[in-house]
Ligand binder design. Structure first.
Ligand code: HEC
Length: 294
């Protein structure tokens, strides 16, 4: 009897602890997640989806899109970037000499010397020109000030870095707040296709999305994405062509006299896709949005 109780107690503790770790812990951390505010703005984040886009998430889920696509942008670091935006009356060659002399004389700039020299090599005056991108923000402010003093305009920015960002899949890493209105969240774990966390910024056109779903190869040569034809109906053209019929290249068009019309599901899915954005700077994932040069 004594052992019976110890076995029960051991099982209770083991299961209890794992419940705490797997259920209670995450609930404490994220259960009360709320909208946050976009950095240096009063806008709320994330933006609530439209009704169509909310339904679209279920279409995305039902069609197993997450088997090939992730919705999770990774970031490995951040960099301070200084870009020349206007060199005024100066010539590129003179500016190069001026920069080289600065790098030799100002002690704060010596660490960045190689990077800046490499960036300026072969530069023929084309603007905007990134001259420094790295961890050191004193280099950015120092160089920026020196240039300003001689009438050269620069722009200092903080950008997220990492393989996903370099591929153009997002402006910053995905954070918990991004998924506040997703139920269930469609992280995905295999990337047979590109990450879609920011597809609404990359491909905001609903017609593009619909055509891509119907015939991926009509837009992306040799695409290996399956065509989701059953989300569309092919029907006989009536007295007038339907206003929302797809405009397809010849080799993808149905027989003469027929047209391809998206179903509600296709429309909802497309609305969902264009709602996927990760382009707002947040406290947890800051960056400087691109604005007009000062
Ligand atoms: C068998 C794997 C696979 C499945 C399943 C799949 N895709 Fe794709 N998808 C791809 C590949 C590969 C590409 C890249 C080629 C292209 O753009 O067509 C892609 C590209 C895309 C793009 C364009 C991305 C970009 O950056 O231009 C979108 C949008 C997209 N898929 C949405 C979907 C949706 C929505 C579903 C579910 C209905 C889905 N995919 C299902 C493999 C897949």
């Amino acid at each position: 009897m004594k052992t019976g109780f110890s076995v029960f107690l051991a099982a209770f503790v083991a299961l209890g602890l794992s419940w705490c770790g797997l259920v209670y812990g995450p609930l404490k951390q994220l259960g009360g997640a709320q909208e946050t505010t976009v950095l240096q703005s009063t806008d709320k984040w994330p933006v609530q989806r439209t009704g169509d886009a909310t339904l679209g998430l279920q279409v995305y889920r039902a069609n197993g899109c997450a088997a090939c696509h992730t919705e999770l942008v990774h970031q490995t670091g951040a960099a301070n970037v200084l870009t020349l935006t206007d060199i005024g009356v100066h010539k590129a060659a003179d500016l190069k000499d001026f920069t080289t002399s600065l790098l030799g004389t100002v002690s704060e700039l010596t660490t960045a010397s190689n990077t800046v020299v490499a960036n300026l090599a072969g530069w023929n005056g084309e603007l905007p020109k990134v001259i420094y991108s790295g961890a050191d923000d004193t280099v950015v402010s120092m160089l920026g000030d020196k240039f300003k003093a001689v009438g050269v305009k620069t722009e200092a920015r903080v950008i997220a870095t990492g393989a996903d960002i370099a591929r153009g899949w997002g402006t910053r890493q995905s954070v918990a707040a991004d998924y506040l209105y997703d139920s269930p969240v469609q992280f995905g774990s295999l990337r047979a296709g590109p990450d879609l966390a920011n597809i609404g910024v990359r491909a905001p056109d609903l017609n593009w999305q619909l055509q891509h779903l119907y015939a991926p190869r009509s837009l992306v040569k040799n695409s290996t994405m399956p065509a989701f034809r059953y989300l569309f109906t092919v029907k006989k053209i009536g007295a007038q062509p339907a206003p929302d019929a797809l405009v397809l290249p010849k080799e993808f068009s149905p027989a003469t006299g027929f047209e391809v019309v998206p179903t509600d599901e296709a429309r909802q899915l497309a609305a969902y896709l264009v709602s996927l954005k990760n382009n707002a700077p947040l406290y947890e994932a800051p960056f400087t949005p691109i604005t007009a040069a000062k």
